[in-house]
Design a protein around this ligand. Structure first.
Ligand code: 6PG
Length: 482
């Protein structure tokens, strides 16, 4: 029998759909799953009469493949990936290629890449975004790892991925864990976008007292302009979806958010890199506080706030909400790309920000028209330090910031939580401030701990210490960052 081009290990929803996508694009695919009966069920079901090889053992899987073997793992991130690698290693030969398509932590990918390289196995850690439909019809793919493996994987990936304006939403990201780092930032941005949409929905409900169906229609309209995106589109659908009793289903869903951890990793990476990723971090915290349902219910009975908003006019607030969402989104992406830039410098990755924007432009969960504009911004200048400084986005924010400020002020007055929207204003105003009150902060540090400060009238960078009380010593603390 003719050998297969590639194998997919793990036939859960993403693996199965990706395998079917590959086969449909002309590749012969071996499928394997450790769970009893899964391969059989697939071969007798969706795989029947198609160009698939069912493997029933690791040995069969390996023997079914053309060399160098290409094996894509679509399994749960974490220790299962290490376990599968350990199982496969004795069966593989030098030059074979392992691809991890799960949401793995980028540092695990770095570690696996290094360990496998020593053993002659070429490892790729790739972001795969787009959910079930994306996997089947064309996901966004963000591969990184061993550059030697890329020429063998490229023909498959660029064929199965989403295409936007005739270009594949997939490109080589960089060495080691770069692909999974980019996917992690994608997911952080996904958290931010979702939280912003939720805050706007909450304001429409609680400030403007709108019905879900009306809100859904507004999101539907917004989806035809600068906010055109998958997440706005599905929000319009969700809000207009009715349960069997004719009531909006969304209102029957418990307000306690889950998460698998990628948003948290993005915030942790931002703390490590010293990058203010405030909006995404607020979105992560918003999920945490939502999950404290019991405690919040108790607190809601004891902690008073302003009485519900009155006197908000839709004519005034709806355009402001539109602009607030747009302006905040610009800040969020500016922060996300700043994190990519910092990580690239630290890990020695040569990231092409325009091609990352293109990878996210189609196929993935954050796909949007907006990402096309981001691509244009980085195509103009790949060394752009902050998206807010690009002329297009500078003007766009300028046009939308009044709406953002109005919405934030109104929400604070009305006692409606807007952690992500307000993080956007705080970030914008901090970033554009030539002088921040950190002078006082430095004085406080020096006062209580002799941590020293620099002076505005001495550009040499010399550190000074003042004996603020006259009773402290003159010994300075050393300068270091833990
Ligand atoms: C994607 C998504 C996906 C993610 C889910 C769940 O790009 O297709 O980001 O990879 O796992 O959206 O994420 P949370 O459970 O953390 O919300």
């Amino acid at each position: 029998m003719k050998k297969a081009d590639i194998a997919v290990v793990g036939m859960a929803v993403m693996g199965e759909n990706l395998a079917m996508n590959m086969e449909e694009k002309g590749f012969r695919v071996t499928v394997f799953d450790v769970r009893d009966g899964v391969v059989n069920a697939f071969m007798d079901g969706n795989g029947k009469g198609r160009n698939f090889t069912g493997a029933y053992s690791w040995k069969e899987l390996v023997e079914s493949l053309e060399r160098p073997r290409r094996i894509m793992l679509m399994i749960r991130a974490g220790s299962p990936v290490d376990e599968v690698i350990d199982t496969l290693l004795p069966l593989l030969e030098e030059g074979d290629i392992l691809i991890d398509g799960g949401n793995s932590f980028y540092q695990d990918t770095q570690r696996r890449y290094r360990a496998l390289k020593e053993k002659g196995i070429r490892f790729i850690g790739t972001g795969v975004s787009g959910g079930e439909e994306g996997a089947r019809k064309g996901p966004s793919l963000m591969p990184g790892g061993d550059p030697e493996a890329w020429p063998y994987v490229k023909p498959v990936f660029t064929k199965i991925c989403a295409q936007t304006d005739g270009e594949p939403c997939c490109d080589w990201v960089g060495e080691g864990g770069a692909g999974h780092f980019v996917k992690m930032v994608h997911n952080g941005i996904e958290y931010g976008d979702m939280e912003l949409i939720c805050e706007v929905y909450s304001l429409m409900k609680n400030c403007l007292h709108m019905e879900d169906e009306e809100i859904g229609k507004i999101f539907g309209e917004w989806n035809r302009g600068v906010l055109d995106s998958y997440l706005v589109e599905i929000t319009a659908d969700i809000l207009q979806y009715r349960d069997e009793d004719g009531e909006p289903l969304v209102e029957k869903i418990l307000d306690s958010a889950g998460q698998k951890g990628t948003g948290k990793w993005a915030s942790q990476a931002a703390l490590d890199e010293g990058v203010p990723l405030t909006l995404i971090s607020e979105a992560v915290y918003a999920r945490y506080i939502s999950a404290m349902k019991k405690e919040r219910t108790e607190a809601s009975r004891r902690l008073a706030g302003p009485s519900p908003a009155a006197g908000c006019s839709r004519e005034e607030m709806l355009p402001a909400l539109h602009d607030a969402l747009y302006a905040a989104k610009i800040c969020s992406y500016a922060q996300g790309f700043s994190l990519l830039r910092a990580a690239a410098a630290g890990y020695g990755w040569e990231l092409s920000y325009g091609s990352i924007a293109l990878m996210w432009r189609g196929g993935c969960i954050i796909r949007s028209v907006f990402l096309g504009k981001i691509k244009e911004a980085f195509d103009r200048d790949n060394s752009l330090t902050n998206l807010l400084l690009d002329p297009y986005f500078c003007d766009a924010f300028q046009g939308a910031q009044a709406g953002l400020r109005k919405v934030c002020a109104r929400a604070v007055e009305a006692g409606i939580p807007i952690p992500a929207l307000s993080a956007a204003v705080a970030y914008y105003d901090s970033y554009r401030s030539e002088r921040l009150p950190a002078n006082l902060l430095q004085a406080q540090r020096d006062y209580f701990g002799a941590h020293t400060y620099e002076r505005v009238d001495d550009p040499s960078g010399r550190h000074y210490h003042t004996n603020w009380t006259g009773t402290g010593g003159d010994t300075e603390s050393s300068i270091y960052t833990a």
